[in-house]
Design a protein around this ligand. Structure first.
Ligand code: PDD
Length: 285
């Protein structure tokens, strides 16, 4: 079946989905993106993704070309037109295409809004059973990682290094502490059963899955601490895991080739994964 994308008001075959070479997303990475998971044809935790989209565009003074309710309608329409059952919807908004390449904001230019879907069975992914290994890399990114910017070169290099090493993710390190994964939030479970994840702030993206998992854990009286942790602490932990829209909750079984605990996904990670999937199904739109 031909894949359908959305470009500035139109649903078009993916091969015809094009933007100008003067688009500021292309020239300056002057744009914001979001990735929402799809389960059984429905969007997961989308209100949270749209709230973060609104915040990100606000932080770079970019006006959305459509309202948030309309954006959700377009996401849903795209899922329908692609007969997407399980996967994700990618959306990107940029400051549009001016007549040349000027760094300062153009006037009277309409932002670009594009979306496409991809297929992934997140719930039954093989890595959900086996867990993944991660490598560590220096965090080379800019100082506003709380903005979900399309400037992802540091993450591209980090995740390529992980792929080349046969690992599933790269954990980025700054000042001796883990900031986050190339495209995920990082967690550990300490020996005294505290779930630890780095506090939000400009050093990390405020993950939507992270937020939901923290709230779901707290509702169940599990102990959660939001603070930075080191690789040494992660290697001494009972469990480690990552969260994101594209993996939900995913066990980390080794770091730089050294096993975390017995090198297998732990019970807390499996429990939080089940709790999250139940929440996802119950709140899907
Ligand atoms: N990335 N941290 C970073 C740097 C991310 O890029 C992501 C998500 C997350 C997790 O956020 P969330 O739980 O809202 O997906 C944390 C998306 C999935 C991506 O770039 O593909």
């Amino acid at each position: 079946m031909e894949q359908i994308a959305y470009v500035n008001g139109s649903f078009v075959p993916l091969a015809d989905a094009k933007v100008s070479i003067l688009d500021r997303g292309f020239l300056f990475a002057d744009g914001i993106y979001e990735v929402a998971a799809v389960l059984d044809g429905k969007l997961i935790d989308n209100a949270s993704h749209l709230a973060r989209l609104e915040r990100s565009v606000g932080e770079i003074s970019l006006a959305l070309p459509e309202s948030l309710p309309r954006i959700q309608e377009i996401q849903q329409e795209l899922v329908r037109r692609n007969s997407l059952v399980n996967g994700m919807v990618y959306l990107e908004v940029t400051r549009g295409a001016d007549t040349g390449r000027d760094f300062a904001f153009p006037t009277g230019v309409k932002p670009t809004l594009v979306m496409f879907t991809s297929v992934k069975d997140i719930v039954n992914a093989p890595s959900a059973r086996t867990g993944i290994g991660v490598i560590t890399v220096p965090d080379l990114r800019w100082a506003r990682r709380d903005i979900k910017s399309v400037a992802l070169l540091a993450q591209v290099l980090a995740k390529q290094a992980a792929a080349a090493a046969g690992a599933g993710e790269a954990w980025m390190i700054e000042d001796g502490k883990v900031t986050e994964g190339g495209s995920s939030s990082c967690f550990i479970l300490t020996q005294d059963d505290v779930i630890v994840t780095r506090q939000n702030g400009s050093a990390i993206l405020p993950g939507c899955t992270r937020k939901a998992v923290v709230a779901l854990a707290e509702e169940r009286q599990l102990r959660v601490e939001e603070r930075a942790f080191s690789v040494e602490e992660a290697l001494a932990a009972k469990e480690a895991f990552i969260t994101s829209a594209t993996v939900f909750v995913q066990a980390v079984v080794s770091i730089d080739g050294k096993p975390v605990a017995d090198g297998k996904p732990g019970p807390m990670t499996s429990r939080l994964r089940e709790i999250y999937v139940d929440f996802a199904r119950a709140t899907a739109v």
